[in-house]
Structures are given as structure tokens and as C-alpha cells.
Write a protein that binds this ligand. Structure first.
Ligand SMILES: Nc1ncnc2c1ncn2[C@@H]1O[C@H](COP(=O)(O)OP(=O)(O)O)[C@@H](O)[C@H]1O
Ligand SMILES: [Mg+2]
Length: 286
């Protein structure tokens, strides 16, 4: 495997009885990248990350994570990976500091407990028993548990579900600081803004397949289907709009006609489809 890659997945499939939840995924995650799996509930995101984490066995395909097959559950791999599961709920009688100190003891070179508490924004809650934490604070504790072993690769399965807006922004800052530390992050989310804000690249997943993959700002809805919106005001100030997959030609046509008439096109703009446009178009049920 290419050393630049943290993860390589080829032809991944997972069946649960009659249901094929993952139907032939191919993707790779580069070291130091934040990679987003974006898709509606039931798309197969959790199944995929749990296979990468070594929590579930695959039905078919090849998976390499930091040079290991996660299904073999090598201790060395476990020590280099941090995980935030979609849901947890443990050690309710222990304090935040106690839980983190306990988990720190499981790793060969953990980060400092106090440092991790600060990093996830739980400062002031060190001595609170976990059962007294709010949903958002528990999720931050989950994140802290993923970071305590100072992993190089971190899996975050819907890390901000249940957060209020301020807590979400806090978690986003934490994830950005992980990237700044050079960590590789795989993030699942059904929030478009989260994928857009955090991911270097996203794969939009639906029904166990990747529909499209790329940088959030560059994703088009498939070949030739990217519809740009061109808007301008005419001489009487009315807004005109046209959609096109070829803005160069349309702008040429519009601007040369306007110049021939000796006019300007006021408020002329070209807008790319947003990630939201692409996502809604791709994941809409036929
Ligand atoms: N342990 C399981 N047994 C049977 N079906 C499952 C199991 N886990 C997930 N599924 C099904 O697989 C599909 C994908 O689920 P999941 O991977 O959790 O998707 P997501 O995380 O994108 O919401 C869903 O239809 C879900 O009901
Ligand atoms: Mg899930």
C-alpha cells in the first residue's frame, strides 16, 4: 500500500442476512486528511467505519488501515487509532478525570489528561461524575476518549449529533485542531454544513454505494450535470436567471449581446451548485 494513504478500501461489501448494507465501496484516505462520509440514515456509514475500526467483519472486499487488515484486530493498530462510536454510555459513576485517566493507562504513549480535557472543551468539568453531564458534554467526553491515546487516525461517527449550536462549533474547532496536529480523521455525518466546514474530501453515500466523491467545494452532480446559475439585471432592473452546464459560452453570449446594445449587465453573477444542491439532487428518492 502507498505510504501516503492511511486507509484503502476496495470492493467493500457487507451483508446482514438478506440486506446488503454496503455494496462495493472503493475509496482511499490520505494521511493528514479529514475525510467525510456523508449520507442519510441507513446509507451504510456506521457499518463502513465499524469495519474499518475492526468492530465488524466484512462480507467481501479488501481493507487496509495503517498497513493492517482491521479484521485481524492487531493490538498495534488498536493503539494507533481513536474511535468515537455513534453512541456510548459507560462509567456513569466515575468523574471525567477518572474515566480519562483509566483509558490513558491502556495506551503506550497517551496524551495528558488535563490537556485532552482542555482540547475538547470540558475544562471545569474534571470532577463531575459522567452521569451529570449533558448530552453534548458526554459527546465531548467520547471525543476525549478517542484522543487520550494520542492516535494518528481518528474515527468520528456523527460526532455532533445532539449538540446545541455552540457545542457544535466547539467540536468543529477541536476537529480542526486535530487536523492541525497532523492527524487523519474519518468523519461520518448527515449534516451538510459539517461536511462542508471540516472535510477535505467527502464521499456522498446512499444505499451502500458512493454516489460522488471530491472536495466539498468542487463536487458537481455527476458528469455534465453541474448546473451553474447565471443571474443579472436587465435595463429595467428585473432579475434574469439562466441555468447552464457551460457558463463560459453563456456569459460570452450574454455579454457580447449586451455590449452590442451598448448596455451593461448589472449584478452579473455565476453561482456553482452548493454541496447542499448536489446532495439533495443525488440522494432524492426517484
Ligand atoms: N447489526 C445489524 N444487523 C442488521 N442490519 C443492520 C445492522 N446494522 C445496520 N444494519 C442495517 O444496515 C443499513 C445501514 O446501517 P448503518 O450502517 O447504521 O447506516 P448509517 O450509519 O449510514 O445510518 C441499515 O438498513 C441498517 O438497518
Ligand atoms: Mg450511523
Amino acid at each position: 500500500m502507498n505510504d501516503e494513504l492511511a486507509i484503502e478500501v476496495r470492493g467493500l461489501r457487507k451483508r446482514y442476512g438478506d440486506l446488503e448494507a454496503v455494496r462495493g465501496l472503493d475509496f482511499a484516505v490520505r494521511r493528514g486528511e479529514v475525510y467525510g462520509l456523508l449520507g442519510p440514515n441507513g446509507a451504510g456509514k456506521t457499518t463502513t467505519v465499524e469495519i474499518l475500526e475492526g468492530y465488524r467483519d466484512r462480507s467481501d472486499g479488501d481493507v487496509t488501515v495503517l498497513g493492517h487488515d482491521p479484521q485481524l484486530r492487531a493490538r498495534e493498530l488498536r493503539e494507533r487509532v481513536g474511535i468515537v462510536l455513534q453512541s456510548t454510555g459507560i462509567y456513569r459513576h466515575l468523574t471525567v478525570r477518572e474515566v480519562l485517566a483509566h483509558f490513558a493507562g491502556l495506551y503506550p504513549a497517551p496524551r495528558g489528561v488535563e490537556e485532552v480535557i482542555e482540547l475538547v472543551g470540558l475544562g471545569g468539568k474534571e470532577d463531575a461524575r459522567t452521569r451529570t453531564l449533558s448530552g453534548g458534554q458526554l459527546r465531548r467526553l467520547d471525543l476525549a476518549l478517542a484522543l487520550i491515546g494520542d492516535p494518528e487516525l481518528i474515527f468520528l461517527d456523527e460526532p455532533t449529533t445532539g449538540f446545541d449550536p455552540a457545542a457544535r462549533r466547539g467540536a468543529w474547532d477541536t476537529i480542526r485542531s486535530l487536523k492541525a496536529l497532523g492527524k487523519t480523521v474519518v468523519l461520518t455525518t448527515h449534516y451538510l454544513d459539517e461536511a462542508q466546514a471540516l472535510a477535505d474530501r467527502v464521499a456522498i453515500v446512499k444505499d451502500g454505494r458512493i454516489l460522488v466523491e471530491g472536495a466539498p467545494s468542487e463536487l458537481g452532480a455527476g458528469d455534465g450535470a453541474t448546473r451553474y446559475r447565471v443571474a443579472w439585471r436587465n435595463g429595467s432592473g428585473l432579475l434574469n436567471q439562466r441555468e447552464t452546464d457551460d457558463p463560459t459560452s453563456l456569459l460570452h453570449e450574454l455579454t457580447s449581446a449586451a455590449l452590442e446594445r451598448g448596455e451593461r449587465l448589472d449584478s452579473l453573477s455565476v453561482t456553482r451548485p452548493t454541496l447542499e444542491d448536489v446532495y439533495l439532487e443525488l440522494t432524492a428518492d426517484a
